[in-house]
Ligand binder design. Structure first.
Ligand code: F6P
Length: 364
């Protein structure tokens, strides 16, 4: 069995349930299997810009963290060492601290990095690798929008949160006979909305990949009322958009109340009552989807990916990202990892199944 020296561990981008499972697996594998050490960098790459923001992680340090959401290392969505934002005289100024980070890694005796993050973080990892840094990536995001892996840890736990929210909205929506709108995360992909909406039994699911028409949403609400249903649940992904030529939207979009509308969920919540006697309430689930104890699936996937990442380091297979393909942990190049975003195919079997059971996507 080969031995390892010191591995640096970085969490970057938005946090996700399961990050601590990766950390625990990286530390335990490095210690127990390879006799190496792990140096954790706090708040993204900060630990390699300011060494005092790094700490050796031993198996003792990762005891009891498996069920904990978030990350004991902290993470950052703004810590790109190539474009590090610093507040100077009230202005955010970008600095290229990449060489400082690389030099510090060498001084700190870090022989390789494990970089855990989404597409943005993996792009940073690729840039560092191209500058000669030995590293391996681990995919992470609740959005599940990384094309090189079948699923990312964090996604399953987010689905638990969304499904539970929809279950709750059903009961209160039925009590009052209301249209309940739930806006969920996912950035520019609709995976959370699609899977959560089907699992939660939503009547209407709106995803960025299928721009919608408000008249079709209204028609579905009216049809449900005519069929005797007191309420409707609409799940809308944050990255959704109305079809450009939607007459209802064109007729109202100039209204002052809509110009500043940032949330698609609140926009819909304001538009629907204009079309008829519909009482509407909006819930923006927000960062609840990023929190909470990781599901068993995410704990297991995080553990498997963490172990595989250390194995790749030991095999000196750098410039690669571990991934899940089917039931098997595999790896791909970082170029493949960041090549394109994984969006919902409009004709995928889950969309077809949703339509088959009567779910509307707001567009025929
Ligand atoms: O990428 C994960 C994610 O939660 C997205 O779904 C969401 O749009 C974004 O991060 C929110 O970012 P922040 O935590 O910086 O507000």
């Amino acid at each position: 069995m080969s031995t390892l020296g010191t591995i640096g561990l970085v969490n970057g981008g938005g946090d996700a349930p399961g990050l601590n499972a990766v950390t625990r697996a990286v530390v335990r594998t490095t210690y127990y299997q390879y006799g190496g050490k792990v140096l954790g960098s706090f708040d993204g790459f900060d630990g390699f810009l300011w060494p005092e923001k790094s700490k050796e992680l031993t198996p003792r340090d990762v005891r009891g963290i498996l069920p904990r959401g978030g990350t004991i290392l902290g993470t950052s969505s703004r810590g790109n060492p190539f474009r590090y934002k610093v507040l100077e005289d009230g202005q955010l100024v970008e600095h290229d601290y990449s060489q400082l980070a690389i030099d510090n890694m060498k001084k700190m005796g870090v022989e390789a990095l494990v970089v855990v993050g989404g597409d943005g973080t993996q792009r940073i990892a690729l840039d560092l690798h191209r500058r000669g840094v030995a590293l391996v990536g681990v995919p992470k995001t609740i959005d599940n929008d990384l094309s090189a892996t079948d699923v990312t840890f964090g996604f399953d736990t987010a689905l638990h949160t969304v499904t539970d929210a929809i279950d709750k909205l059903h009961t209160t929506g039925e009590s009052h006979g209301r249209v309940m709108i739930l806006e969920v995360m996912g950035r520019d992909a609709g995976w959370i909305a699609l899977h959560g909406g089907v699992a939660g039994g939503a009547e209407i699911i709106l995803i960025p990949e299928i721009p919608f028409r408000i008249e079709q949403i209204l028609a579905r609400i009216v049809a449900r009322k005519a069929a005797g249903h007191r309420f409707s649940v609409v799940v809308v992904a944050e990255g959704c958009s109305v079809q450009d030529d939607d007459p209802f939207w064109l007729a109202h979009k100039a209204s002052p109340q809509f110009i500043e509308k940032k949330s698609i969920g609140n926009l819909l919540g304001a538009l629907i009552p204009l079309a008829g006697n519909h009482e509407v309430r909006v819930t923006v689930l927000g960062h609840l989807q990023r929190g909470g104890s990781p599901s068993p699936f995410d704990r297991l996937l995080g553990t498997r990916l963490g172990v595989a990442a250390v194995d790749l380091v030991a095999q000196k297979q750098f410039g690669r990202m571990v991934c899940l393909k089917g039931d098997t942990i595999s790896s791909c190049t970082l170029e493949e990892a960041v090549g394109r975003m994984k969006i919902v195919p409009a004709d995928c079997d889950t969309v077809r199944a949703a339509r088959a059971i009567g779910i509307s996507f707001g567009a025929d």
